[in-house]
Design a protein around this ligand. Structure first.
Ligand SMILES: [Fe+2]
Length: 491
């Protein structure tokens, strides 16, 4: 197929020769092709007959040569999908065609510096490009790609991955939306938040299962925040306020954003009824920390229990020798471990504890159980003090008996976020009866990647199936599993 990005025989743009930046070269270099491939080759094992649906993953993939310093978070969003149906697997990749990417296509060059600045406050444009590169969820028959700095809701056709314009939730959406909205599989509702540098610094909203915005409220915060996620329970939403934030005045003065950690300020979680307003938010204080991603939250009697990947010291450890890239490389040396926060809605009591010390992030339960008590979750292990972000092992936690199992991917193999895929015919009570699916990349694989399938109940035994995907897929951000019956129902 032809598209604006296809260059015969060339997969990697020539400008990735700005080789001093590790996030522009090797496995991280952009893939300029949009690919469609059917009947993928199974290189190990067999395609499970009881696995139908799609693995979809978003991630950065810069189209035009960066005009300033490049941060891994700056690349244009590209969504990759591996589809499983009738005993065959197929693959597609498509750019998330945001308004800002279209503007750059028109200009045939980068129009925005990245998040490392320098920001242009006089251009009349937003200071950052909405890349739509962060998260991907399935709601109301559409895939929605979202951006962690709050942007448009980019709609994609779930089967073709072609962009289908911006979602406005029945014409009622007035604000931008952050990455990590949650879909409650019981009600079909989508729950979102958004952040701003100006008051109100946060907004919180709910969209019905039919895609109509039914609730939105401003949330009082002391100032702009860098919250990245939210969590839901059956009746409540938990909003995050961590002591890691930037100074807007300083940002205007120096032309880039510096987020500082304030270890003397507590972390806070705002518990709000699903359709509640600002005056119904109840804030609970905890030890200072920062959390990119929560695993899940649920209610147990008067308590709310929430598990996530805590970073007790998220301050950036710059290394002088890394020069102008030091802040990015330092920020991306994530140190996070599994932690539990408990809040009693009746007494106001709080409890918190570390559940493990392994360096893990990109954590997912069975996402159809968001808001309900979950026993299992699947995480990516990261190197401690590594040069770049590398998902080098799969870790499964059993939150009931406090154990974990683990599988090291092997030399050079770098995974993507790995969602759980329920097996067709699995009983609802068998929470881990299914598969864990991921995309694997390797610096030695120049023109292909692999899709690996694990049996969720024995991930430590390694993948049961490997599939060759005829495209180089750079490491990326968030992935989801979409069940076949939901996916084909939209076709
Ligand atoms: Fe994220």
């Amino acid at each position: 197929m032809s598209n604006n990005y296809q260059r015969a025989g060339i997969d990697t743009p020539s400008w990735t020769g700005r080789a001093e930046n590790p996030y522009l070269r090797g496995v991280y270099a952009s893939t300029v092709h949009e690919t469609t491939a059917f009947d993928l080759e199974v290189t190990e094992g067999e395609l499970p007959a009881d696995l139908e649906g799609a693995y979809v993953r978003n991630g950065p993939n810069a189209v035009f040569e960066p005009s300033a310093l490049y941060h891994w978070f700056d690349g244009d969003g590209m969504v990759h999908g591996v589809y499983f149906r009738d005993g065959k697997a197929s693959y597609r990749s498509r750019f998330v065609r945001t308004d800002d990417l279209k503007a750059e296509e028109e200009a045939q060059r980068s129009l925005w510096p990245g998040i490392m600045g320098p920001f242009d406050f006089e251009s009349g444009r937003s200071i950052l490009k909405d890349t739509g590169n962060t998260d991907i969820i399935h709601h109301n028959g559409k895939l929605l790609a979202t951006w962690y700095m709050c942007g448009d809701v980019h709609q994609l056709d779930p089967l073709t991955l072609d962009s289908r314009g911006k979602g406005d939730f029945g014409g009622k959406l007035q604000s931008k939306v952050s990455a990590h909205p949650k879909v409650d599989a019981r009600t079909g509702e989508l729950v979102y938040f958004t952040l701003s540098d100006e008051a109100p610094f946060m907004r919180y909203g709910v969209v019905s299962k039919d895609g109509e915005l039914v609730h939105e409220t401003p949330i009082d915060l002391p100032g702009p925040r860098a919250s990245h996620d939210l969590t839901i329970t059956e009746n409540y939403t938990l909003l995050h306020d961590f002591p890691l934030f930037h100074d807007v005045e300083l940002q205007r003065k120096i032309g880039h954003r510096v987020a500082r950690f304030f270890p003397e300020i507590p972390s806070r979680f705002g518990v709000v009824p699903r359709h509640g307003g600002n005056d119904q938010v109840r804030w609970f204080e905890f030890e200072p920390t920062y959390v990119l991603h929560m695993v899940n939250a649920w209610e147990e009697g008067d308590w709310i229990i929430m598990d996530g990947c805590a970073q007790p010291d998220p301050s950036i450890k710059r290394r002088k020798e890394e020069g102008e890239l030091a802040s990015m490389l330092g920020y991306l040396r994530i140190k996070a471990h599994l932690h539990r926060w408990c809040m009693n809605l009746k007494t106001g009591e709080t409890k918190e504890s570390d559940l493990d010390d392994l360096n893990v992030e990109f954590c997912l339960p069975d996402t159809e159980r968001y808001g309900s008590k979950t026993r299992y979750s699947y995480h990516q292990q990261l190197p401690v003090d590594g040069y770049t972000v590398e998902f080098h092992a799969l870790v499964k936690y059993d939150h009931e008996d406090g154990t974990r199992t683990r599988y090291e991917y092997g030399e050079g193999n770098l995974a993507s976020e790995a969602p759980f895929a329920r097996r067709i015919g699995a009983k609802a009570s068998d929470e881990d009866d299914g598969y864990v699916v991921t995309i694997m990349t390797n610096p030695g694989w120049k023109d292909y990647s692999e899709c690996w399938i694990f049996r969720a109940q024995e991930i430590e035994k390694g993948p049961i199936t490997k599939i060759k995907v005829p495209a180089r897929i750079p490491p990326g951000f968030h992935a989801k599993w979409i069940r076949g019956d939901e996916l084909w129902a939209t076709s």
